[in-house]
Design a protein around this ligand. Structure first.
Ligand code: C5P
Length: 233
């Protein structure tokens, strides 16, 4: 799969997301990320409808449960015909292997499966205090990525700042999907460690996940095209 911009459609309901996607009529159809808020509000039908409109979909539900439950849930998500789905690497290698077993379609294809390593909302202090993990955060991220790779997953969600190190260690075909993207002249919002689309390209991210810089822009299509121009072209 080539490099691409994934638009985080963090909208509260179907009408808001359709209104947003309608703006792209006649343009290149963006790769879309559907997260928990929209999925829990609208159910699987929102995935079917956006797929029917011709968008590729990253379904960002971050599964984490016992292996058997995750395996069965992944079978349901495969049938939704999404392109990428994800889980927490903290669920262990057994859970990730079970997830892959569940990701099957009758035609032999399957969605890409990527792992969340440590959420970017977790810092060294909260990881030590709340999770009793005392190793340096960057080592923990690399360890989770190694476990995901050995379980057979296709890549990880990580900060663009970690993408270079992950490719160095695990090779160019292990995907890095990176949120935390802001234009050089844009508002950071609540994101702390940010990079521009151009920097993410230089570091080697495979996919950037961009939400508010596009969804909250006065001209979302122009903002999307600016991301594509900086990151892909
Ligand atoms: O609006 P913004 O560009 O910050 O959106 C980033 C998207 O990526 C959001 O949907 C957010 O939930 C998601 N994300 C993130 N950091 C992670 C994992 C996911 O920002 N570590």
């Amino acid at each position: 799969m080539g490099k691409d911009v994934i638009v985080a459609c963090d909208f509260a309901g179907a009408q808001a997301v359709y209104g947003f996607l309608d703006r792209f009529a006649g343009e290149k159809k963006p790769f879309v990320k559907i997260g928990m808020e929209l999925f829990y509000a609208e159910g699987p039908e929102i995935v079917r409808q956006i797929k029917k409109r011709g968008h590729r979909i990253f379904l960002d539900l971050k599964l984490h449960d016992i292996p058997n439950t995750v395996k069965k849930a992944m079978a349901v998500l495969s049938a939704l015909d999404v392109d990428i789905c994800n889980l927490h690497a903290a669920g262990t290698r057994a859970m990730m292997e079970a997830a892959l077993e569940g990701l099957t379609r009758p035609d032999g294809t399957r969605p890409l499966l990527i792992a969340v390593t440590q959420l970017t909302s977790t810092d060294q202090r909260s990881m030590e205090r709340d999770l009793l993990i005392r190793e340096p955060l960057d080592q923990v991220v690399l360890h989770y990525a190694a476990t995901a790779r050995s379980a057979g997953l296709d890549g990880v969600v990580c900060s663009p700042l970690e993408a270079g190190k992950i490719h160095e260690r695990f090779g160019g075909d292990f995907l890095t999907v990176t949120p935390g993207i802001r234009f050089a002249d844009g508002d950071r919002g609540d994101q702390k460690r940010v990079t521009t689309p151009a920097e993410a390209k230089k570091i080697g991210s495979d996919y950037i996940v961009v939400g508010r810089p596009i969804t909250a822009a006065a001209d979302p299509v122009a903002a999307y095209e600016r991301c594509v121009a900086e990151f892909v072209d």
